[in-house]
Write a protein of this length. Structure first.
Length: 194
C-alpha cells in the first residue's frame, strides 16, 4: 500500500473524508456495521459511496457530542472501505466498513459539509523478531481457547483466527473481540509498536 490515502474528489492524495463515531473502534482487517445518524455523517458516507473513496473513522473523545469538532476527535483512526451503504425500511442508514490501515490526522482542512482531514497512513510492521513471533503464537493459542469458551461465538471465528498469518493483523482481530471499553480499544489502535 502507498503512504497516502485515496483522495476526496478534487482533493490532494493525503486528504480523507472523516466519519466521527461514538463508542466504536474499527481495527484494520475487521468488518463492522456503522450506524449513521447525523446529517454531516450521512453527507460524508454518501460522498464516499458516490465517489467510491475510502473513509476515515475517528472515535469521539466525548460520545455525547452531537456535532464534534476536531478537538473532540481522537487523532488516530482507521481508513476503511465502504463495502455497503444500507438504508433500512425505518429510514435509518448504515455502512458496512472494512478497516484497512491506521492513520493519524495531521490537520483538518474542512468541516463543512462534513469533516475532511489531511492524514498520514501507518504501515503494518513488516519485520518481526523471535520474541514477537513467540508472542504471536501465544496470542493465537489464547484467542482460540477463548473462542471455545464463548457459546455465542460463530464457528468460523476459530477458523479465521487460525488462518491469519500476520501477527499485527492477528492482534487487531483479537483486540476487536476483546471485552474492552471503546477508550481502551482506542489506546490499542493508537499503539504503533507491535
Amino acid at each position: 500500500m502507498s503512504n497516502t490515502a485515496t483522495p476526496v474528489s478534487g482533493a490532494p492524495e493525503d486528504v480523507l473524508i472523516i466519519l466521527p463515531v461514538r463508542n466504536l473502534v474499527l481495527f484494520p482487517g475487521v468488518v463492522l456495521p456503522v450506524s449513521i445518524g447525523r446529517d454531516k455523517s450521512l453527507a460524508a458516507a454518501q460522498e464516499a459511496v458516490r465517489t467510491q473513496r475510502r473513509i476515515g473513522l475517528l472515535l469521539q473523545t466525548d460520545p455525547g457530542a452531537d456535532d464534534p469538532g476536531p478537538e473532540q476527535l481522537h487523532r488516530v483512526g482507521t481508513v476503511a472501505t465502504v463495502v455497503r451503504f444500507i438504508t433500512a425500511p425505518d429510514g435509518t442508514h448504515h455502512l458496512i466498513c472494512h478497516g484497512e490501515q491506521r492513520f493519524s490526522v495531521l490537520d483538518f482542512v474542512s468541516a463543512e459539509p462534513f469533516p475532511v482531514a489531511r492524514i498520514q497512513l501507518h504501515a503494518e510492521p513488516e519485520a518481526v523478531d523471535r520474541e514477537i513471533e513467540a508472542r504471536g503464537i501465544t496470542l493465537r493459542e489464547r484467542a482460540l481457547e477463548a473462542v471455545q469458551l464463548l457459546p455465542q461465538a460463530p464457528g468460523e471465528l476459530a477458523n479465521a483466527i487460525q488462518g491469519i498469518e500476520s501477527i499485527p493483523a492477528l492482534a487487531d482481530v483479537v483486540a476487536r473481540f476483546m471485552d474492552l471499553k471503546s477508550a481502551e480499544k482506542q489506546e490499542i489502535l493508537a499503539t504503533f509498536d507491535l
